[in-house]
Design a binder for this molecule. Sequence first.
Ligand code: ADP
Length: 434
Amino acid sequence: MAIDAPSSSPPSSSPWSDRLRHSAIILLAAGLALSVVVALGELSLVRAASIFICIAAAALVPWRLHNVATSREDVRGVNPVETAAVSAVVSGMPDPAVLLDRAGRVIHLNAAAAQLAPALRKNELAQFALRSPEIITALREAIAVSEPRRAMYLDHVPVDRWMELIITPVPVPTLFGGTDKCMLMTFHDQTPLRRVEEMRADFVANASHELRTPLAALSGFIDTLQGQAKDDPKARERFLGIMHTQATRMARLIDDLLSLSRVELSAHVRPDTSVDLVPIIRQVADGLEPLARERQVVVDIDLPETPVQIAGDREELLRLFENLIENALKYGASGGKVIVTLVSALSGEGTPEVRVMVRDFGPGIAPEHLPRLTERFYRVDVGDSRAQGGTGLGLSLVKHILNRHRGRLLIESVPKNGATFTACFPQARTPTLV
Ligand code: ADP
């Protein structure tokens, strides 16, 4: 929408000549009246002359003031603050901006404002276009007390947007000298902040829920042990076992939350220590051997004989591979086999990278879940994850660790035919793979 200056024809007669005529008539009438009074001998000539000078001053001196005050009516159709400079300033503002007169009528609006609120029209009251009671109140108050006011403007089309609206009184120079008090209304997009705030609130709600579940189980069993199961050694043994599992789950959740926040805090700092991936993967696989045995899964590790160096954080990499291999053992156990392979390859952009693939032969993952797997607390089956001691944070942690290492995670799965999680890292400058 183009915002043009209004087209209006100039006034036909000059206000100055009108006024001059007006004053001349007053002076003529005063002169005549005084002459008659002097002729009748009712007033001395000197007194009559002084009175005439006073009348002349009264008729002529307020001209200038009178001209400024009434020029709006004289120059009908032209808003006195509508100058090219004001128009250029409003149009040049990066955020949506609208200039209103003291009655709340639109004087100027820039293209961003016209796009945001297409109902806003020049020379029309802004409240007709922005029908929110909060905005109307803020506008009234800003005009009444001549102080800035804020309000929220919600836009739902094409997507939800939260805009903070700030109404600031501004004295704007008029065409005829002096200033006019106008209202500058600017809109500031708060949508990204809102989204972060929503995510934070969701996260806190999810984390509290996840912590409360094992906590409720623990206090329930403590009550039982203090009450009816007090003298039952068998029940006590069983309940203590469950309590241990729940306490471990809570500890793991807190561990994962802390790791996640640590990795997020250092997300912008890329690790610069050179580490060899081969012993890291072996260490993780060795540590998970008891779980593999328990789940009756054979873990096949296919790693090169030579070191594979990348710029990385050893502790974070241990955490990453632990999550991927443990998930394969937990969720893909029915396949009986997990293969861990390290290869070098080229990324989509043709840059060399190191890929660590963890493949299982379990039930796989339905395609609709794949894009959401790295979201915090997202699980395909919440019950299954809890039964396996999962927190729903593992893959989110994996994604953040890979981001920090400037790598990426690929997830491929064919339902009923297992899943492959591939961690890709940019290769160190000197290739060490053979
Ligand atoms: P959790 O702590 O629940 O394991 P993750 O973030 O590690 O959390 O994994 C999220 C979900 O992804 C799991 O709950 C599970 O449903 C699914 N998942 C992860 N790895 C596999 C896999 N190898 N096979 C099938 N499903 C998997």
